[in-house]
Ligand binder design. Structure first.
Ligand SMILES: *[C@@H]1O[C@H](CO)[C@@H](O)[C@H](O)[C@H]1NC(C)=O
Length: 236
């Protein structure tokens, strides 16, 4: 398979949702709808570029789901629609669905932005999130956010922001790192350097894993992505 960013993205995404062990109905429904949101978002982003695309749609839907609980009326309807969650009651949505995922969500208002204490509690309890008022005009705000990201991911993510607009009123931040074993696993002695296309014009040699077997394969024409099913997980 030709390696590329878009393909690995879809892999990360599906691995994340399928590997959760305790799947009850609401989680399963949310997982399906999140996957739908992810595919639509990926399609929209990927259709505008020929470069590799890497984005964590799961981190994005978690952050927007945390915001969702603070909204009502047309704003809530639009968020539900955007997230492919139309018809679901935000109060009954589970906070987080994926196992093996180190993930954090933060709701960071400016000092002058009023946020009810019940919403602050909800962010902390339901989403296990971080709530902190910041002074976005001071560089300390950047340091605070990046330190939070490091703590959430065991330092796998070092920096999520480099510059903050001093006029920011509310910042939703989310970080995620995911580590999982391939099943069945790859044989390390078969790993060899192969071409990876960073862009159409830039090629680098990277260690590439190989495995030969028979797999069920599906191709999504609109996503231009191949999906492969194996015994315990889905990858592409
Ligand atoms: C890995 O591949 C090498 C070379 O083909 C082979 O000798 C070895 O037995 C394989 N190891 C496993 C665990 O399959």
């Amino acid at each position: 398979m030709t390696p590329s960013g878009p393909l690995s993205l879809v892999g990360v995404l599906l691995l994340g949702v399928v590997s959760s062990q305790t799947v009850d109905r609401s989680v399963e429904e949310l997982t399906n709808k999140n996957t739908d949101f992810a595919a639509r978002l990926y399609r929209a982003v990927a259709s505008r570029t020929d470069d590799n695309v890497f984005l964590s749609t799961m981190a994005l839907s978690t952050a927007l789901a945390a915001l969702l609980s603070a909204t009502s009326g047309p704003t809530q309807d639009q968020l539900l629609q955007g997230l492919s969650l139309a018809g679901l009651d935000p109060q009954t949505l589970p906070g987080s669905v994926a196992a093996n995922l180190k993930q954090g969500v933060a709701v960071l208002p400016s000092q002058t932005f009023q946020v009810s204490s019940s919403y602050q509690d909800l962010v902390r309890t339901k989403f296990g999130g971080y709530f902190q008022s910041l002074t976005f005009t001071e560089p300390q705000a950047t340091t605070t956010i990046n330190r939070w990201a490091q703590e959430q991911t065991g330092a796998k993510v070092q920096k999520v922001v480099t510059f903050l607009d001093p006029q920011t009123q509310l910042l939703l931040a989310t970080v995620a790192s995911y580590q999982s074993r391939f099943s069945p696993s790859f044989n390390a002695s078969l790993t060899q350097d192969e071409r990876f296309y960073v862009s159409r014009y830039q090629v680098v040699m990277v260690p590439m894993m190989f495995r030969a077997d028979k797999y069920f394969l599906a191709y999504d024409r609109s996503l231009k992505a191949g999906m492969m099913s194996s015994s315990s997980s889905v990858a592409s």
